[in-house]
Design a protein around this ligand. Structure first.
Ligand code: AMP
Length: 284
């Protein structure tokens, strides 16, 4: 595996790939890798000749007061995992390398950025879209892999790629969970043992909701109130929002039908956790 920190080194690698006519898959991450990340990398490895992973804790997507400075990191372990998976190039730029000048350009995706996560984190998705646009331009991948765990992010990036004609296929990958249902997240590292147990309320409430939808309930109001009740029972979990939307437009719906997505965000201790489900599929 080649380990590089400079954009010019990525370009050299990409030039070699072009000569060899190799297809390239990209997996952007913020590191502190877990099986959610590695599932994306494994899929990229299967579907492309060469796989590039990136580790960059992107300051643009954190607001003042969020966890930028304390975001968990373990670069040495991440490097060995990428090597073990068979990543061909791991790009770990510094902030100075990514933003050598104050950045004046940003990417906005109307209608998708201000609801749900965007309501609590107004500058977040512009920061995400901007850094992903930069990575798409630096790498020029054929395929790029993102987790359904961050459902709104996946819609934001797919829409950006479509609207701005990036020559990349944006592919969503299923959420990887622990055996009790909790979605893997680097931020789970913030949880105490008690909070970790309480955090299962998120996936449990989504599973109960899915079972009720599959049993025939279609009212979003009813399903949402069942989720609120389930979460409220857990003293250590504070619900931020639960919303039921049409999955790709993220428009709120009253009647649940195929294509719907239920999204939830909650604070557990100092961790802000998110999860989501296709109610006709459930938490698997
Ligand atoms: P992050 O390092 O949190 O920015 O995540 C990097 C990529 O991994 C994003 O596309 C995430 O959606 C994806 N990801 C994070 N957690 C999971 C998970 N539990 N299952 C699948 N993908 C995930």
């Amino acid at each position: 595996m080649r380990l590089v920190t400079q954009v010019s080194e990525v370009h050299e690698f990409i030039d070699e790939c072009r000569v060899q006519k190799s297809t390239v898959g990209l997996v952007p991450t913020m590191g502190f890798l877990h099986e959610g990340h590695t599932s994306l990398m494994q899929r990229a490895g299967k579907e492309n000749d060469k796989t590039i992973a990136t580790i960059f804790v992107n300051p643009l997507q954190f607001a003042a007061g969020e966890d930028l400075s304390s975001y968990p990191q373990n670069l040495e372990k991440d490097i060995s995992e990428c090597e073990a998976i068979g990543i061909d190039l791991l790009f770990t730029p510094s902030s100075e390398e990514m933003y050598s000048q104050p950045i004046l350009t940003s990417v906005q995706i109307d209608q998708l950025m201000n609801s749900l996560e965007g309501a609590s984190r107004p500058t977040h998705f512009s920061g995400v879209a901007t850094v992903v646009a930069k990575l798409f331009n630096i790498v020029g991948p054929c395929n790029a892999y993102f987790g359904e765990k961050d459902w709104q992010q996946l819609q934001v990036i797919s829409t950006m790629a479509r609207d701005l004609s990036f020559r990349v296929k944006v592919l969503g990958c299923p959420t990887v969970r622990q055996s009790d249902g909790l979605a893997l997240s680097s931020r789970n590292a913030y949880l105490s043992l008690e909070e970790r147990k309480a955090a299962t309320a998120l996936s449990r409430s989504l599973q109960i909701a899915s079972e009720n939808v599959q049993a025939g309930e279609t009212s979003a109001v009813v399903i949402k109130s069942q989720i609120v009740d389930e979460i409220t029972d857990e003293a250590l979990v504070t619900l931020d929002y639960v919303e039921i939307v049409e999955g790709s437009s993220l428009i709120t719906i009253d009647q649940i039908s195929k294509g719907a997505r239920i999204l939830i965000a909650a604070k557990v201790g100092k961790a802000r956790l998110i999860d989501n489900v296709d109610p006709y599929f459930g938490i698997k």
